[in-house]
Design a protein around this ligand. Structure first.
Ligand code: NAD
Ligand code: ZN
Ligand code: ZN
Length: 346
């Protein structure tokens, strides 16, 4: 089968032919309908050889959806032909965090060598994907797999981040979204669907800001040196109750801190390496700063429900598998509006 692989540190991803996988006991084979292109892959492909954590070559793609093509021995509760989305941050299923459904925070994944598809284990950017356990597959019957696949990360990650800040986002409050790309444009819709907060979106160019407005931002503000003042102005000088940074670079995390009002939440989702010092008088009183990772299995169910009710809709650009390297180039250049999705089988 064809697969999109990162083969060598520093090289561009390549489309190659690899052996068709076969499901072992307990495993499920998916025929992949859609695989999302995430900016985290670009970060992974920029890591130096000395500290690169995964074995190469690595088949990319940590957002996957498709139909069940074959079941390994002993798999029950799922049938060939079922349309499913893959829960990516897979855990051991047994530790205290996994017991809560928070497999994204599995306490034993590292020790057991469990990696998400596309981030250590072979990913979804291939004609077929092996999934280690049926519990990682959520039914998406009735939904379009292409528009649904980004919800497994670009939907789930902002949902998990926003959910913790819901108590702050009361009527009259303001939420700021920094970076309105794949994750950010879903974050805006989640904030609109789940809260009465005013949503202020920041990005670096007009196309991105236009998408932010289209998906529901009340204000779309250019992310430049005046952005902090603009947010202060929009909030009567007080700052926002919650700031979600989907870039996570040094300038954006500093901006996020400066925009946060008293008792606000600053959530750094982007992995561009920025750090925000916390200490008395650094930020407004009692600001909480956190850096979450992906989301729980239960939360993915909830996100899929929001897609079913039409509350969130991902803007997608689709590519055939041979064009996946070009999709990564466009994402790297900031040219994707919404999420790029690869269709490995068509
Ligand atoms: P993306 O490229 O689709 O979106 C990023 C957006 O940020 C783009 O629209 C870009 O124009 C904008 N941007 C860049 N610099 C900016 C600045 N200075 N101010 C405002 N906006 C700016 O990327 P994505 O796939 O949505 O991922 C976003 C980030 O989240 C990445 O760092 C990714 O690695 C990370 N991520 C983290 C998790 C997690 O669990 N913490 C999960 C998924 C993705
Ligand atoms: Zn991702
Ligand atoms: Zn676990």
């Amino acid at each position: 089968m064809k697969a999109v692989q990162y083969r060598e540190v520093g090289a561009a991803p390549e489309v190659v032919t690899v052996p068709d996988p076969e499901p072992g006991p307990g495993q499920v084979l998916l025929k992949v309908a859609a695989a999302g292109v995430c900016h985290s892959d670009i970060a992974v492909m920029s890591w130096p050889a000395e500290s690169f954590p995964y074995r190469l070559p690595l088949t990319l793609g940590h957002e996957g959806a498709g139909t069940v093509a074959a079941l390994g021995d002993g798999v029950t509760g799922i049938a060939e032909g079922d349309l499913v989305a893959v829960y990516g941050p897979q855990g051991c299923g047994r530790c205290a965090k996994c017991a809560e459904g928070k497999e994204n925070y599995c306490l034993r994944a590292g020790e057991l060598g469990i990696n998400p598809p596309g981030l250590g284990a072979p990913g979804a950017m291939a004609e077929y994907l092996l999934v280690d356990d049926a519990r990682f597959l959520l039914p998406i019957e009735g939904l379009d797999p292409v528009r649904t696949v980004p919800l497994t990360d670009a939907g789930l990650t902002p949902y998990h981040a926003i959910k913790r800040s819901l108590p702050l986002l009361t009527p009259g409050s303001t939420a700021v979204v920094i970076g309105t790309g794949g994750l950010g444009h879903v974050a805006i819709q989640l904030l609109r669907a789940l809260t009465p907060a005013r949503v202020v979106a920041l990005d670096v160019n007009d196309a991105k800001l236009e998408l932010a407005r289209t998906v529901g931002a009340h204000h779309a503000v250019l992310s430049d040196e005046r952005a902090v003042d603009r947010v202060r102005e929009l909030t009567g000088g007080l700052g926002a109750q919650a700031v979600f940074d989907f870039v996570g670079a040094q300038p954006t995390v500093e901006m996020a801190g400066a925009m946060a009002g008293v008792e606000a939440d600053v959530t750094i989702v982007g992995i561009a390496g920025g750090t925000l010092p916390v200490g008395f008088d650094r930020l407004q009183f009692d600001v909480a700063v956190r850096a979450p990772y992906w989301g729980s299995r239960g939360e993915l169910r909830e996100v899929l429900e929001l897609a079913r009710t039409g509350d969130i809709e991902v803007h997608v650009e689709t590519y055939g598998i041979d064009d996946a390297p070009a999709a990564y180039e466009r994402l790297h250049a900031g040219k994707i509006n919404g999420r790029a999705v690869i269709l490995p089988n068509g």
